[in-house]
Design a binder for this molecule. Structure first.
Ligand SMILES: Nc1nc2c(ncn2[C@@H]2O[C@H](COP(=O)(O)OP(=O)(O)OP(=O)(O)O)[C@@H](O)[C@H]2O)c(=O)[nH]1
Ligand SMILES: [Mg+2]
Length: 442
């Protein structure tokens, strides 16, 4: 029988760096120390130990490294793990890779394979595994916090708690079917029905979160819209602190949607500049305007920028876009004498910078409001949402069912849908629960 391979990979980014970390996981991991290192005794678990690594074929010294040893199951993957902290650099990484390849039953890890082993060995559930990817990809503080919360198991625990409630309801249901003649408590049926109703409401509330968690992963989108020449591109540039879009006094300068990515108060934001809105005979400008309106529809927040030179007249085409998720901004405040702004109408000047900080503060307020912490960890992925929607559907059917057998089947399906989120769809210790709670036939 061929033993499980031992996998290895460079865990830090390629290239020049102070330190590069190799991670090795599997049944033969200790061979790294035994075969490649001098001295070759196993270090104490979790204690850094200074070693020399020699190429086993040529005997040449490769690098002086720190070695860490994690004995199974007390490691990230749950297997024996060795970490080599070498000097960072391509030649060292290549030479170490060559050394590791010489060891029998060693192979390079596939992307995500360490985390996969951790999942398979019960070290993580799927939501925690996904959180690792999110944490590594996080670009802002809010994204980092959300990923860390999920990695700490907040989301997995919520779904597992719900699944436990379903298992319990199912246990009661099965009991009332299987032991119909026995002496079961009277209110069992009503109790589990009302529990299922409460759970259905909890799940519905969790689903109705305006995609807060998913949006935080993907970024909050703001579209700048307004008439030609209002200074939309100038505003994008001042917010982005660079000349991302062309600015000119010719109306109709911007045609395509121009995006910049910003970190506003720790939130990831995609800010889009668009073509000025007007009736245009120019086919290309017309297409630009069509794209602007499409972006307006998709945006989480619209910044309606009006031209201060025309104040107090406001452009009609732009006014049509005013709705719940829109902020009104009058630009070129440096040219306006009688400013009469309020909380819903901000005067700014993209030229002098007047009012820009107030606008930024307001944007952060608006975003804060939309991401407001409800205490419960938010849904973060479409995969979770799809499974929860399926679960909610089965629950509704279970609640409406008139036959106990059919109700039990729908509860079972709801439970499976939830189990797919964390990957723990297996154990159904129904009888355990039945006997513990009911003591039937004692
Ligand atoms: N005085 C003054 N001029 C401004 C201000 N903001 C922009 N401008 C000028 O207004 C003109 C138009 O600016 P843009 O930023 O290109 O306007 P836009 O809304 O992007 O225009 P389109 O792309 O054609 O729709 C340029 O000449 C800018 O220099 C401002 O706050 N004050
Ligand atoms: Mg422009």
């Amino acid at each position: 029988m061929i033993a499980n391979p031992t996998i290895f990979a460079l865990a830090t980014a390629q290239g020049r760096a102070g330190v590069a970390v190799f991670r090795i996981s599997g049944p033969e991991a200790r061979q790294v120390v035994k075969t490649l290192c001098k001295p070759d005794d196993m270090p104490k678990p979790r204690e850094a130990s200074l070693r020399k690594i020699h190429n086993p074929k040529t005997g040449e010294l490769v690098d002086r490294v720190l070695v860490l040893w994690f004995e199974a199951p007390h490691s990230f993957t749950g297997e024996d793990v060795v970490e080599i902290h070498a000097h960072g650099g391509r030649a060292i990484a290549n030479a170490l890779t060559e050394c590791l390849k010489t060891l029998p039953n060693f192979r390079m890890a596939e992307p995500g394979e360490f985390t996969r082993h951790a999942f398979e060995n019960g070290k993580l559930d799927l939501t925690e595994a996904e959180a690792i990817a999110d944490l590594v990809n996080a670009e802002t503080d809010a994204q980092r916090r959300q990923a860390l919360r999920q990695l700490n198991g907040a989301l997995g625990k919520l779904y597992e708690d719900w699944r436990a409630r379903l298992i319990k309801a199912l246990a009661y249901l099965e009991a009332s079917i299987d032991f119909a003649d026995e002496d079961l408590p009277q209110d069992v049926a009503e109790k589990q029905l009302s529990d299922l109703g409460v759970l259905a409401a909890d799940i519905a509330q969790h689903l109705d979160d305006r995609h807060r968690g998913e949006r935080l992963r993907d970024g909050f989108s703001i579209a700048i819209l307004g008439p030609p020449n209002a200074g939309k591109s100038s505003l994008l540039n001042i917010l982005a602190k660079r000349d991302a879009a062309i600015v000119s006094s010719i109306a109709g300068t911007t045609r395509d949607v121009i995006e910049v990515h910003l970190d506003l108060g720790g939130y990831p934001v995609t800010l889009a500049d668009t073509a000025g809105l007007r009736d245009s005979g120019d086919a290309i400008e017309g297409e630009g305007i069509r794209r602007a309106l499409k972006r307006a529809e998709q945006a989480d927040l619209k910044l309606l920028v009006f031209d201060g030179e025309k104040w107090p007249a406001l452009d009609e085409a732009t006014k049509k876009l005013a709705a719940e998720n829109a902020l009104t901004v009058v630009n070129k405040a440096d040219l306006v004498n009688a400013k009469s702004g309020d909380r819903d109408c901000l005067f700014i000047s993209a030229k002098t910078g007047e009012g820009v900080q107030a606008l930024l503060d307001r944007l952060i307020d608006e975003i804060d409001l939309r991401f407001a912490d409800t205490g419960q960890p938010p849904l973060t992925r479409a995969r979770h949402r799809a499974a929860l929607e399926e679960c909610a559907g089965h629950l509704q059917r279970a609640l409406a069912a008139t036959e106990s057998e059919l109700r039990a089947e729908d509860v079972r399906l709801a439970m499976r849908a939830l189990g797919r989120i964390t990957g723990r769809a297996d154990v159904e210790d129904l009888l355990d629960i039945i006997f513990r709670d009911f003591c039937i036939g004692k």
